[in-house]
Design a protein around this ligand. Structure first.
Ligand code: SAM
Length: 288
């Protein structure tokens, strides 16, 4: 069904199903006709792709993804929306809707079962309450997907895409950069949604790296070091690391000196290679 961005159409459908928006599930539906075709254009590299959509709502983006891709599997947690999607997607034979919580799903199995031999992309207007967990699940599970194109709160988009050495950069920036190259695509005003959220949004694309940007000895230690480094971002790294990693400050200072990182550096000043060297030094110290 087209015109799923039209407020009158949305109200008509939702009224017939007695649907009321759940704030807790981050239900802000797109009503701007321009946004979904653009997300599909950026998010689906070509018409042979399989696409996983997280949170189709009533299907406004799903419909555009269905036009652009070979097959779409849309995962929606809210069972009240399943009959709605049954109606709105009835003429999109290449769209399959699954009623589940994306955070609990085995996405490797989903890809194996639904997209055998196809290139796969992920597209979504993400529910804001789980933006980072969903993005990190998609990346950490090392799914065989080429890109992840998602709408998130503008502030989250700026944090994720922040260049190294800037104030916006944080643990999430580094974690995402480890797996992907991020691109800020375009902004979307709060009044493009029903109900309108308090803040503006932005669409970003994460192009999954084929080759790692750095290769730490131990990934777990790398992420622990990144997390500890940003725990108290105003403090110098020698202090945050000592408390965050439970290693004495004198040992941390020695490790930093050995690898040539200034003792008064702050986490936001470090590059990926610095975090990798630091993680390797911490790993070797703990396993000597
Ligand atoms: N794609 C629609 C649009 O753009 O209008 C709806 C987007 S709305 C911001 C987020 C959607 O994600 C809602 O339909 C919500 O019910 C669904 N959702 C929330 N948590 C979810 C989860 N854990 N797994 C799957 N879907 C979820």
């Amino acid at each position: 069904m087209d015109k799923l961005y039209d407020i009158t159409v949305i109200k008509g459908i939702l009224g017939r199903y007695g649907f009321t928006f759940s704030k807790g599930l981050g239900q802000n539906f797109l009503i701007d006709p321009e946004v979904c075709p653009s997300i599909a254009e950026y998010g689906v590299p070509d018409e042979n792709y399989g696409v996983i959509e997280v949170g189709p709502g009533i299907g406004v983006l799903t419909n555009e993804l269905g036009k652009a891709a070979q097959k779409v599997v849309a995962v929606e947690i809210d069972k009240r929306l399943i009959p709605v999607l049954g109606e709105t997607m009835s003429d999109r034979k290449n769209v399959k809707v699954i009623n589940d919580d994306v955070m609990k799903m085995d996405l490797h199995k989903l890809i194996e079962d639904e997209f055998d031999g196809m290139n796969v992309a992920v597209c979504a207007n993400l529910p804001y309450y789980i933006t980072s967990p969903v993005i990190m699940k998609l990346l950490e599970e090392k799914l065989p997907v080429d890109c992840v194109t998602v709408m998130v709160q503008k502030e989250a988009a700026e944090r994720i895409c922040a260049p190294a050495g800037t104030r916006d950069s944080g643990a999430l920036t580094i974690a995402v950069r480890y797996y992907a190259e991020s691109e800020m695509l375009f902004e979307v005003k709060a009044d493009s949604f029903m109900p309108a959220p308090k803040v503006d949004s932005a669409v970003i694309r994460l192009n999954i790296r084929k080759e790692p940007i750095v290769t730490p000895i131990c990934e777990k230690t790398f992420f622990a070091v990144v997390k500890a480094s940003f725990l108290q971002r105003r403090k110098v790294i020698s202090n945050t690391l000592a408390s965050g990693l439970n290693i004495s400050k004198s040992e941390i200072m020695k490790l930093l000196e050995d690898i040539g990182i200034p003792l008064n550096a702050r986490a936001e000043q470090l590059e990926m290679e610095d975090f990798c060297r630091l993680a390797d030094a911490v790993y070797k110290f703990r396993n000597k």
